[in-house]
Design a protein around this ligand. Structure first.
Ligand code: NAD
Ligand code: PRE
Length: 296
């Protein structure tokens, strides 16, 4: 589907934050032949120059209020910890019927900030989260295919306007994504388990090994297994500090459960209980093979 078919309204899109996600959205819109206008809020003059040279945006802005003043659809793609200040900076400048969405990895915290800052315009805010990314950050990390056949979860609230929701669905379809809807609390529980916990485990494992005395030798002999398990420990510490702090209510129960299961595995190792180990590994392999087959 082309962007023109998916997004027939000639939107004036403004992407706030041209990092991995914002930079990929503008690249994908361009590569799909999006017919509307693409503005963006950039970090500084260098990023503005780069965005212009790459023909990614029609007009780059450094001032958020100025950038959104003519927008019909605003996509906020900044770290979770910056959502509140970005919403505050744009609230009074938004055109009356402009739609605002976000790409944040947690949803309840973002919805709370939107309710605080958008007041009676909250119906025009559509909370969203593309379930695709990489361990890299910044404009150079973005690529046009990032959302192709990947899921985007929208978490509308009872206040969300249907028209605003369908405009955001159209935007994500225009960049090749498959859109699902889910309650914000459920989203945060699911992503705590499948995204936030794995990042915590990868960061902690690498940190533990890096602080062991013989670390140079350890990393010299690390190969595919270590690389596969720990790629995401190269993700931005600041971005993930925000995500884990914002979603602590959903993360703690699943983290406790994991620690309990790890203790059971530890006990089985200490007891030489091979049956428990192979039963656990077999259950996990069956689940992982099923997941991998579903992705094929
Ligand atoms: N990295 C991923 O894999 C991934 C995947 C899905 C969703 N997300 C979410 O999308 C959002 C963006 O993540 P990213 O990976 O693109 O991060 P990034 O660090 O690559 O980009 C963030 C951008 O936001 C800008 N920014 C930061 N604070 C700002 C502020 N106060 N005002 C204006 N701009 C500001 C930065 O200049 C940068 O361009 C985050 O909320 C993240 O949780 C990330
Ligand atoms: O593939 C990666 O590097 C990612 O971290 C992507 C990933 C994930 O955990 O799957 C990370 C954060 C997001 O909010 C969505 C997707």
């Amino acid at each position: 589907m082309t962007a023109a078919e998916a997004c027939p309204e000639p939107e004036r899109v403004c992407v706030v934050g041209l990092g991995l996600i914002g930079g990929s959205i503008v690249r994908a819109l361009r590569s799909k032949g999006f017919r509307g206008t693409i503005d963006a809020v950039v970090a500084d003059d260098d990023e503005a120059r780069q965005a212009r040279e790459l023909r990614l945006v029609d007009e780059p802005f450094t001032d958020i209020a100025e950038a959104v003043a003519k927008a019909t659809l605003v996509v906020v793609a900044v770290p979770i910890g910056s959502m509140a200040s970005v919403f505050a900076s744009m609230a009074d400048a938004l055109p009356a019927d402009a739609v605002v969405t976000d790409t944040g990895s947690t949803k309840l915290s973002v919805i709370r900030e939107a309710q605080t800052h958008f007041g009676d315009r909250i119906g025009r805010f559509v909370p969203g989260h593309p379930i695709s990314g990489t361990e890299r950050s910044g404009l150079d990390a973005g690529f046009a295919e990032l959302f192709e056949r990947r899921r985007v979860i929208l978490t509308p609230t009872p206040e969300t306007d249907r028209d605003a929701l369908s405009r955001v669905v159209a935007l994500w379809r225009a960049v090749g994504a498959q859109v699902s809807e889910m309650d914000g609390a459920h989203h945060d529980e699911v992503l705590a388990a499948t995204s936030h916990l794995p990042h915590l485990l990868a960061y902690t494992l690498v940190d533990t090994l890096a602080r062991m005395a013989e670390r140079t030798e350890i990393f010299e002999y690390a190969a595919g297994g270590f690389a596969d398990f720990t790629r995401i420990a190269s993700s931005s510490p600041s971005l993930w500090g925000d995500i884990v702090t914002a979603n602590h209510d959903a993360i703690l129960p699943v983290l406790d459960r994991y620690i309990g299961d790890l203790e059971a595995v530890r006990a089985a190792i200490a007891d030489g209980d091979r049956d428990t180990l192979t039963t656990t590994f077999t259950r996990a392999k069956t689940a992982r093979d099923g997941f991998a087959a579903g992705k094929a």
